[in-house]
Design a protein around this ligand. Sequence first.
Ligand code: FE2
Length: 188
Amino acid sequence: MVTSAYSIAQLATDLREICAQTKVEREILSRARPLARRAALAKESWLKQHMYEADPEQGFGVHLLHEEPDHTLAIFAVSWLPDRGTPPHDHGTWSLVVGVDGPEINTFFERVDDGTRSGHAELKKIGEKVFGVGEVVSMPSGGVHVVRNETDKRTMSLHIYGKHVNFTGRSQFDLDRQTETPFVVNLA
Ligand SMILES: [Fe+2]
């Protein structure tokens, strides 16, 4: 596959320009989507072997590649251990996730309770899709998903968020216990 170079610094510059031109989330997502794909296909420009390291307790490794001084426009390389994944979670901001190495399964949920009981959440599964290299998951604020690596190798994806997810007050969910609790990830 022939791809042109595309650095994370250039991606950040392009994202800054989009966000300076519009505050409408769906416009940001639709304009940034092809940039996410371009960055994934130009992985030689930025991907380093150490980014495959993952936290065995967490099941994945979160490598910060860029964020603005106010924590906006956060870009991460995230590696996934075989047969591991995340609990159901939201991001507290818009997000784009693109496959870089290997397929990852995304299961999507919607909230069906009215959100008035603190710590309580009821979720309904609304879809599931395998995302391969260069395929982009686009999620507005409030979207909930699970990511799983069901292969026998480490996978890699590039994640772009409107704001660093450890600074958005986002949540994880327990489907059986119907609970909502804070979700903070360990950074590599
Ligand atoms: Fe996520």
